[in-house]
Write a protein that binds this ligand. Structure first.
Ligand code: NI
Length: 255
């Protein structure tokens, strides 16, 4: 059984077949899904999906690239949603200096505000960090009280940084990118980080694994990621599924 820790089934890319695709997941061994909010609008849609499907849980939060219009009222709304039992994380939150908008100070402000909210409501955080390793680590260290729960999703940094975030208590999110030819750094990360600190994710509709790279992604392609991780670590695919499933259960569902 597979635990999908990062999907965006609210995305327009799924408008045509959302219902039938979601309904096919469990018969294809995708046991649980965390659908992740990226804006206030997608957070509301994520919440609706989690209320509709028992096996979908919600992360509520705003991606760095969508922080420009945020207000205190939005933070209150996130807090209100966080009280629901189907909401299991704050995310995705963080810093994105690849797209580099809005202004970095605005991204940092709302990253911090959402970390504070997660601590207040005692939920894990799902971190998005792209080309912003130093500032991300600085902020995480600033708020580190020794009890972080969360994941650095779509991990794109070095093994050294992976070790540092794992030491703070975070999991490393690994998806389709590990199957790409140019994924040398991520392969090294997977080699070095124990399976007990890795979560499976798609970030669908994006980052489709080989051999479907370029097509729309969905949780149904996670077995290709499982296979690659098993190959890198020299373990069975069953072992990869079992351990990453237990990791996600512990982090998001307290089981
Ligand atoms: Ni995402």
């Amino acid at each position: 059984m597979i635990f999908e820790s990062h999907a965006h089934y609210d995305d327009d890319a799924f408008d045509e077949d959302r219902e039938s695709l979601i309904e096919s997941l469990q018969e294809n061994r995708i046991e649980y899904v965390i659908n992740v909010g990226a804006s206030m609008e997608s957070t509301e849609q994520t919440y609706e999906l989690a209320k509709k499907y028992p096996f979908i849980y919600a992360a509520v939060g705003v991606h760095p690239s969508d922080t420009f219009p945020l207000t205190d009222k939005d933070m209150n709304r996130l807090k209100e949603l966080a009280a629901d039992e189907k909401v299991v994380a704050i995310g995705e939150i963080g810093l994105d200096y690849y797209w580099d908008e809005p202004d970095r100070e605005i991204q940092k402000k709302w990253f911090k505000r959402q970390i504070e909210l997660a601590k207040e409501v005692d939920l894990p955080i799902i971190i998005h960090s792209r080309e912003a390793a130093k500032d991300t680590l600085d902020i995480l260290h600033e708020y580190d009280t020794g009890n972080y729960k969360g994941v650095m999703h779509c991990f794109s940094y070095s093994p050294e940084i992976a070790r540092e975030v794992v030491k703070m208590g975070f999991y490393i999110g690994v998806g389709g990118v590990c199957t790409y030819k140019n994924a040398k750094k991520l392969v090294e990360v997977v080699e070095e980080i124990p399976l007990e600190h890795i979560l499976l994710e798609t970030d669908c509709p994006y980052l489709t694994p080989v051999p479907y790279r370029g097509k729309r992604n969905s949780s149904l392609y996670l077995p290709y990621v499982v296979e690659k991780i098993a190959e890198i670590k020299g373990v069975t695919t069953d072992e990869v599924e079992r351990v990453t499933y237990e990791n996600a259960m512990k982090l998001f569902l307290n089981k």
